[in-house]
Ligand binder design. Structure first.
Ligand code: 5GP
Ligand code: ZN
Length: 112
């Protein structure tokens, strides 16, 4: 989608540090990491936010991708967090569906 920063990353119009890619998903390092491991997992197809996406298979593959990256990074046992911010009150700032994988430090509380 024109003007979408993540679509531009997917199209290689903007640089990013790619962690994983297949035909439907891209995973990149977050530009402003909130933990030693902070990866964004996104569909290549543009959905602005979760309520727009009814593709359960794709959403399942996003979770499976996060799980595999966590395994590769060796944080499975220690633990990690998957977060999806949805619309403004949910804290979403980039309106291209994505999931955060956070790990590498104790993530205090249930939400922070
Ligand atoms: P949200 O608040 O929408 O759930 O998360 C958006 C995330 O995208 C933020 O963690 C922010 O640091 C990250 N981000 C924003 N712009 C860019 C960018 O151009 N490149 C990368 N790699 N991450 C970005
Ligand atoms: Zn987009």
């Amino acid at each position: 989608m024109k003007g979408c920063v993540f679509c531009r990353i997917i199209e290689r119009e903007l640089p990013s540090r790619i962690v994983f890619e297949d035909e439907s998903i891209l995973a990149i390092e977050d530009i402003n990491p909130q933990a030693p491991i902070h990866i964004l997992i996104m569909p290549k197809r543009h959905y602005s936010t979760l309520p727009e996406c009814d593709d359960a298979g794709l959403l399942g593959r996003m979770v499976a991708t996060a799980k595999e990256i966590a395994r590769e990074r060796g944080v499975e046992e220690k633990g990690y967090r998957l977060v999806m911010n949805i619309n403004r009150e949910g804290g979403q700032t980039v309106f291209h569906l994505h999931m955060h994988l956070l790990a590498g430090r104790p993530l205090s509380g249930k939400l922070g």
